[in-house]
Each structure stands twice: as C-alpha cells, then as structure tokens.
Design a protein around this ligand. Sequence first.
Ligand code: ARG
Length: 347
Amino acid sequence: MNLQEIESFLILYKEECGKNEEWLESRLEQVQCEQQFEPTTEELTFAARVGWRNSNKCIGRLFWQSLTVFDERTLTDEKGIFEALLRHIEFATNGGKIRPAITVFANDLVRIWNHQLIRYAGYETANGIIGDAHSITFTKVCEDLGWKGARTNFDVLPLVIQVGDRAPQVFDIPGEYVLEVDISHPEYDFERLNIKWYAVPIISSMRFNCGGIDYQAAPFNGWYMGTEIGARNLADTDRYNCLPKIAEILDLDTSRNASLWKDRALIELNIAVLHSYKEAGVSIVDHHTAAQQFKLFEQQESDAAREVTGNWAWLLPPVSPATTHIYHQPIANIIKKPNYFYQKQPY
Ligand code: ARG
C-alpha cells in the first residue's frame, strides 16, 4: 500500500466530486486503520474516467465522462468472469451504437491473456501467414491450451482467463456476440477482397492503475477511428497488407513509387472503412472529426484549469496528419494518474 498515491488520488476525488476536508480526513483514517485501500464503486468509477482523460495516446478523450464502469471485483471464478466479459461485449456493442465501457476485476487475482477481447487469430503456415500476424504468438498459446482455429483469415480468438495461480481457461465467444462489418466501397468493387473487421476494440492487456493499485484485468473500449482499421490493421505490410490488391482493383501503376499508388490505395481503403461502418450502423469516427473533438477536449480541459498532456506521435492520425491542428502544436507527454499502462504479457 502506497499512502502517498492513495492520498493524492483521494484529494483529486474530493476536489472533483464535491467532497469536503472532513470527508478526506475520515477516508484516510479508514485506509490507515484497515491497512488497505479498497476504492468504493463511486471512487473506482471516477478513477476509470480520469484514467481515460489522462491517456496521452488517445485522441477520443472528449468523451471521458461518458465511460460506463462495471465493478466486477467480487468475481473469483473463470466462468463468472467469462460471463461478465460477454456482458461487457454486449453492452459496448449495443447493436452498433457503441458505448464506451470498462469492466474492473479483482486486482492481483484476475488476468485476461487476450490483447483485445475480440481479435483475429494469426497462423504461420508453409504457404505464408493466414489471418492477423499480430496474433501469431497468442494464437499458438490458445492452440497449446486446446483451442483449434478454423484457419480462415478472420477466426475470432477465444477468451483466455486466469484466476490466481490456476491454469488459464479457454472460452469461445458465441458468434452472436461478435458484430463485424464487411468492407465495401461506394464506387469500386472491394467485395472481392473479402475483408471485414470487428465493430468494437476492447483492450484487455493493459493494467488500470488507481491509488497505487494495479487492476491487471480491466478491459475497456471506445469506438474505432477509421484509420486504425484502414491505415493500419488492413494496410500495414505486416498485418493484412491489402494495398497491393486494392491498387489492382483501382488499376494503379505499381511499378513506380512516384505514381503514389500506395497513397491512393490507402485513401480508398479508408473511404471504404468509413462507408462500410456507416452503412452497417456501427459507430466510427473519421480522423478529421476526431481531431476536432480533441480540440474541444483541449478547450474543455483548459476551462477546467488542467493542462492537457499527450503523446504527439500517437495522437496524430496516420493519414494526412498535417491536416489536423495536432500536427502544428507541441504537447507535453507527462504521465498523470490514474491511468492505463502496459504490463508484462502473461505468456
Ligand atoms: N488500434 C487498435 C486496433 O486497431 C485499437 C486501440 C483502441 N482504439 C480505440 N478506438 N479505442 O484494434
């Protein structure tokens, strides 16, 4: 227990949530007396939201106050945790009208091995890679635990849940929980690419740090910004590497870099992603709108007399970065807490 961290969190909570000095004193006394800090659900909810506000890599922080927090710290069995994860997926997906949410599990007890709750498997085969190369190691882990993938390019990985020192347990996500969007283009024949992506990115590999406590299992989600899918997941050469096939559909000259075929293919892929999610009624934001929303966040923070911190390299969209205001101003990458951090992979 780190009293200093607990105290600075409780002071922040007091200031922002309308508590007084008396409250703070008695709350600190309680912590001292119990020799542990057990945040109330209200404190935890505030912390999770402020953790989002403090996430320097995130361009979507305008909406930090809208985060729904599920307090599932009492769960101690794999099956119950699995069901809570399904509830999270269902709540967040909401038929396409995506709702930002986090589910917090018992600290020092629960660990989710997945990087995201919904993610595609990746396999190294003699004929090249199938699926998402980003998932190759984790996919092997799942197969070692007894799971068997169908070996399509889009096999949804199972959930791998560990409680304490017990062996991790593997659970398939029932198909009806996984909303996906087939990618099509308003003008070109992109159907023949046979690509799709899932609706909700739910990061499950980061630890949520609040008042010196690490919640190692605290999966959280927002909605996608189009470029995450169109300029990275489907475009990176070490991911789905779709640009050469798109250049073919667009009949571009791929023999010369200077034809800018990659750039043109990239733009059309990003148009296709935004178009497809819109058509499917799944929430998504384009990078220009996201940057404008981030500007509002900066305004809101300065009105509240708080300095906006950020990681410039991460905040910039990978498409047309200099068309956003973010490119043209410095931003301090100072880490404030509560926050979300990377942690060592459990496998
Ligand atoms: N970039 C990651 C992906 O493409 C998701 C990260 C979180 N993104 C978000 N919009 N909340 O899967």
